[in-house]
Design a protein. Sequence first.
Lengths: 474, 77
Amino acid sequence: MSEKVICTKGIYPEFPRKGPSAAPAATHYCPGCGHGVLHKLIGEALADLGLQDQTVMISPVGCAVFAYYYFDAGNIQVAHGRAPAVATGVSRATDKVVIAYQGDGDLASIGLNETLQAANRGEKIAVFFVNNTVYGMTGGQMAPTTLIGEKTITCLNGRDPLTQGYPLHMCELINSLKAPVYVERVAVSDAKNIRNARRAVRKALEIQRDGKGYTFVEVLSPCPTNLGTTSVKNNDFINNEMAKEFPIQNFRDNSATAEHVVRSTSDFSKEKLDAMFELADIPAAIAHNTANFEEAQVKIAGFGGQGVLSLGIMLTQAAQAADMKVSWYPSYGPEQRGGTSNCSVIVSAKPIGSPVVYHPDLLVAMNRPSLERFKNDVKPGGTIMYDANMGDVELPVGVKGVAVPAQALAEEAGSDKAANTIMFGVMLELGITQLPEAAFARALEANFAKKPKLIPLNLAILEFARQWVRKNVK
Amino acid sequence: MDIDKTKPYPLINSLECKSCGRCVDACPKKVLAIGTVMNPRGYHAAVYVGSGCIGCGTCFYTCPEPHAIEVHIPGKE
């Protein structure tokens, strides 16, 4: 029988970084660092399981940022705490085994939210979480996992829970979620714990190989440099102090019952998107003469619920039907109902730069506050259409005012919700937007396509408004 | 130092050793020690005392450096 050699697998034989080095195969880690121990366990498992060329390792920000110098596997180095997002993308776009290798600052502080979200979605990711209770790369600051009373350079008297809160227990947090398949906390301190860690790393990667979902392995790890201790004493610290706060145990193993996760695929074909956005059967544009078309800038304002934004959309649809360039730009408060809202619409024969309307050619004011707010912005020679129900109003000099009893006319025409359609009809009849008549009808058809019963009613209201203009506006 | 290669033995790449002492502490047979010679990078690399290794692999797995130590176990005749 030939000689057996216990040696490193799955890791490059040399680590060239910045040219020749005195020790070409030495890592950048400090003496006694736990990262190297875990690297070897992961590399060995990847090699033994034959997964090296099917694996994408996500390197974090932190001491392990250079993981790509070591692992003989695919690698993406990502922004601080963002491994879960990138890992999710890689995992969903490919059938690769995805590893998120992260430290306590990366995972439990800046990346805490997305760590929990990715776990909760059951992404197919093997997370290896290195917990050494301290920020390593930046020089020994307090971490979310720093123990109570433990001193770091940012808690010089020891972590005080009344000031800095308590250590975060990541395995326990992850274990409160339904989706994760495997959750275990291990340590790379003594031989027994390292053997156990080796088993857990293997298990997690087997689950990934089988595509069964999210695995989370927390690794209690030494950082003798930043804890100001020796490698040997740091192992005692892990076994005697860290393990009290962070019990070394398996929290969950559903690998026997978990099934291969298969997600539906997204269809981004043009046909599918056109159907989704109702672009498949656009009728031919309504022809009209645009030779002398002057850009129309319209501001429509009122209370929420008065159809202000819809009126803007209808005008936009009319412009689209006539093959014009058009922009619609809403502005409203946080309220879903009530409050005030307004929108800016620009109709032009030329491409539109900014959709913001500072000085409208036409202001449609559905209530008094909107009129007062915007009336002085209207261009000289412009028009203000306002609801006649606001009584006497003062308008700026040089601006044409049209008092439209929009609400009253709408009720008379059969719908108390259609004051905006009345205004739309007045807009048409006054010819302010220069759009062809047919475009307005097309806009109503498009706007009410989902409620076809309302189309004839609104077409009638449109006509009603036009007749009112003919009779009442000179 | 002559090593009996008919028995298990650790092979230390002293150039890559950072003298952290984990292997010395972890070895169940206490056959590793911090050496007295400084390597080119300034570390006192670990050394094997020359006999007593049982080939358990503990030193390899506890060592943070991928290529600083490996364990050779001769095949049985």
